[in-house]
Design a protein around this ligand. Structure first.
Ligand code: NAD
Length: 443
């Protein structure tokens, strides 16, 4: 049964978006936060000293500046990044983020998260992340295409199907990946189109993408939520959901949960926050955002502030926007049983401490949003083998991988008496340790 009612708009429509979203903590050093998690997990599993020195730092930090001619005829110079954290488990892998506030510290943290995520979920990839510091919504489609192509060209042979494989993240999507792939293929044609299609994942199906990739991250979040619900005798039917960020991850999570009888009552994005106690029609809202770029102006919801959003009476909160959104204040306001991290790093340490104190469960990012990279791996395998899997193949494999990841996290948390987050890092580090111990340090 689906709870996408929305037949009766709330009384005070039409809505007006008023809130300017703030951050959970002004001084948030994302990379340091991840280092602290690594240290805690390393202490727990008694990771050898040499690995404590190697693993926190990225292997390569690539920064490029490149010019692009805008529609006006002016030339603008853009700054792009690709951080390659670790590739002991396989080629570097990670998203491309186009965002005006993206910077080196975030990309280093996000690249590192990819290493732990791939290790935890058992995907033979390393960790990377990159992107461009700009707001894609402020540029035309033609400008976005030229910016993407010029960036991929600037990265040159630093990326490739056997070395480093980008994917979509905030501000990028299927179209960006199609341009990225086409640029790479055209500038590296001696190896052949077919092989080089695997240089990026998250492509449209028509140009070598896989069925199930667009919804994969949201689908993975939902598998984690259902697993948690099963273990806690928590009937999802009739429960209320709040989602921050209604892009790829947030919207697919909400749509898929609506099939399980979970009703989306509060939603927010970079333009503001909306409330509908009757439940949003998640499909209609997703469609609206596709056409309009945000939730702003959506007719069937009442605008309210970011502070009011965090105080909504609900059961599940899925942060699916950016890092550092749940600080101590937000954690004290939340009225839910479960936080499932669709975004990377949405809960800061102060926020997590408050959630723990209040008995609110957290499903951590490196497991909860690992569905994306898992299905990216399936896409890469299909590209290499020139195969096309059915949606059932993809869905079944993903569910198995997510449930296995959850089980490993749960077992280790139980063994060490630690949080789910630290357990995820511990599982990831154990696997990396095994590889380093057998391969040794070159030369
Ligand atoms: P997206 O660009 O499709 O959507 C991002 C959403 O966040 C948008 O709705 C945007 O309006 C909102 N947002 C941006 N700034 C905000 C702010 N200050 N306050 C409130 N909302 C804000 O991006 P996405 O791909 O859905 O990624 C969202 C998160 O999930 C990121 O943390 C990303 O790293 C993570 N993630 C994405 C994938 C993937 O497959 N796309 C995989 C794993 C993790």
């Amino acid at each position: 049964m689906s709870y996408t009612t929305e037949d009766t708009p709330p009384p005070s429509a039409p809505p007006r978006i008023s809130a300017i979203p703030a951050l959970g903590e002004p001084e948030f050093r994302f990379f340091q936060v991840v280092q602290d998690y690594i240290k805690e997990a390393a202490d727990l599993i008694e990771l050898p000293a040499y690995l404590r020195r190697i693993l926190p730092e990225p292997k390569n930090e690539i920064v490029v500046h490149f010019p692009v001619r805008l529609d006006s005829g002016e030339v603008e110079v853009f700054k792009g990044y690709r951080i390659q954290h670790n590739n002991i488990l396989g080629p570097y892998k990670g998203g491309l983020r186009f965002h005006p506030h993206a910077g080196l510290d975030d990309f280093k943290a996000l690249a590192s998260l990819m290493t732990w995520k791939c290790s935890l979920i058992g995907v033979p990839f390393g960790g990377a992340k990159g992107g461009i510091k700009f707001d894609p919504q402020k540029y035309s489609r033609g400008e976005n295409e030229r910016i993407t192509r010029r960036f991929i060209h600037s990265l040159g042979n630093n990326i490739g199907p056997d070395s480093d494989i980008p994917a979509p993240d905030v501000g990028t999507g299927e179209q960006t990946m199609a341009w990225a792939m086409d640029t790479f293929v055209n500038t590296n044609s001696r190896d052949g189109n077919q092989v080089n299609r695997g240089v990026v994942t998250g492509k449209p199906v028509a140009v070598g993408g896989t069925l199930g990739r667009t919804k994969a991250t949201g689908q993975g979040v939902v598998h984690c939520i259902t697993d948690w619900a099963d273990r806690h005798a928590f009937d999802l039917e009739g429960k209320k959901l709040m989602v921050q960020g209604f892009g790829n991850v947030g919207s697919h999570t909400a749509v898929l949960l609506s099939h399980l009888g979970v009703s989306l009552v509060a939603v927010g994005d970079h333009t503001g926050y909306l409330y509908n106690p009757e439940g949003f029609n998640t499909y209609r809202l997703q469609d609206y955002v596709r056409k309009n770029g945000s939730i702003q102006g959506y007719p069937n919801g009442q605008a309210f502030s970011r502070a009011e959003f965090f105080g909504v009476q609900a059961d599940i909160f899925v942060p699916a926007a950016l890092e550092n959104q749940v600080g101590a204040e937000e954690a004290r306001a939340l009225q839910v049983r479960l936080v499932a991290e669709g975004a990377n790093g949405p809960t800061n340490p102060a926020g997590e401490a408050v959630l723990k104190e209040r008995g609110i469960a957290v499903l951590p990012d490196i497991l909860a949003n690992a569905g994306g990279v898992t299905v990216s791996y399936y896409e890469w395998v299909q590209n290499r083998r020139s195969e096309s899997w059915t949606i059932t193949d993809v869905d079944e494999r993903l569910e198995k991988a997510m449930r296995l990841g959850y089980q490993h996290m749960h077992d280790v948390a139980h063994r060490y008496g630690c949080s789910y987050r630290i357990a995820c890092y511990a599982v990831a580090l154990e696997r990396l340790r095994a590889v380093y111990e057998q391969r040794g340090i070159f030369p």
